[in-house]
Design a protein around this ligand. Structure first.
Ligand code: NAD
Length: 285
């Protein structure tokens, strides 16, 4: 079983990005800048936000964190985002999830202007992706999976792809991207019956259910490629996925390990979207 590690893919992407950032900054005198809006002090969110900042610095990009306490009102956070939307020095804006309960997701989705919506949450960008229009953004995690498939030269045209999960940020855009690349896509979710019968049809099995070790080798067709999007911290402090890797090598042809598989791609794609936003915004001035 081939291990589809993210490191060489992310390293190559970062090398390319670094050159593009340098040439953008030379041409415009401006550094691409990412703003992260962080509400509350969820420990994982604090770590993710700091990692995004460090990754931006490593590529000579700028970043800022707009930080609010857990009891901040949606009104004051929205006002800050409107300020960032107007600020010409900011090119990409990301609202770190999860947000406190006082925030209504169906309203928050519209807050970041589509031109700076590097997480691709805005309904306009969701629509653009689903229509295959290039001017939007692609959500970072599914885009990262596509980069892994491309890097390892895995041709998905005509293959049966099964996705477990239908979230707006992973499962659904993953299905759209695979369909646009000519896979035959089946999407499973919490109410899917006879899951193993469906997964046994999968040449490409993408697991994004958020359930620790939901899938094991008994779900996997011989020769399948297994992509594990899940991230879980076990009580012992280990990071594991939605797929139990024990004995997987007896059936799967290739697998993205956790940690080290899909996870490291997400930040690389976020910075790529931020640079793209900066390039587009500089053209529209
Ligand atoms: P989510 O909870 O929003 O969605 C989970 C989906 O899985 C739902 O559509 C649900 O119907 C489906 N599901 C749940 N249990 C199921 C079951 N038993 N059988 C079939 N389907 C089932 O989660 P999400 O935001 O899409 O994230 C999924 C996983 O990916 C999580 O572990 C999350 O931590 C991880 N994640 C990783 C990255 C990364 O950078 N690698 C990014 C985002 C999410």
């Amino acid at each position: 079983m081939k291990l589809l590690e993210a490191k060489p893919v992310a390293d190559k992407m970062k090398q390319d990005l670094s050159k593009r950032v340098e040439s953008f900054t030379r041409r415009t005198g401006v550094k691409p800048k990412l703003a992260v809006v962080l509400v509350g002090d969820d420990p994982a969110s604090v770590i993710y936000t700091s990692k995004k900042g460090k990754a931006a610095e490593a590529l000579a990009m700028e970043h800022l964190t707009a930080r609010f306490s857990e009891d901040a009102s949606p009104f004051e956070v929205h006002q800050k985002i409107q300020e960032l939307n107007q600020d010409p020095s900011v090119h990409g804006i990301l609202i770190q999830r999860p947000l406190p309960k006082a925030f209504k997701e169906e309203e928050v989705l519209y807050w970041v202007t589509p031109e700076k919506d590097v997480d691709a949450f805005h309904p306009l960008n969701v629509g653009r992706l689903s229509l295959g229009l290039k001017e939007g953004f692609t959500p970072c995690t599914p885009a990262g999976v596509m980069e892994i498939l491309k890097f390892y030269e895995i041709d998905i045209a005509g293959k049966n792809a099964v996705i477990i999960g239908r979230s707006a940020i992973v499962g659904k855009p993953m299905a759209t991207l695979l369909l646009q690349n000519d896979a035959t896509v089946m999407q499973c979710h919490r109410r899917t019956c006879a899951l193993p019968e469906i997964t046994h049809k999968a040449d490409l099995l993408i697991v994004a259910a958020g359930k620790h070790h939901l899938i094991d080798k008994s779900f996997v067709k011989k020769g399948a490629i297994v992509i594990d999007v899940g991230i879980h911290r076990t009580p012992e402090g280990k990071v594991e996925g939605d797929v139990n890797p024990a004995g997987l090598e007896q059936v799967a042809a290739a697998y993205t390990p956790v940690p080290g598989g899909v996870g490291p791609m997400t930040i690389a794609l976020l910075l790529s979207n931020t640079l793209r936003a900066a390039e587009r915004l500089s053209r529209s001035i």
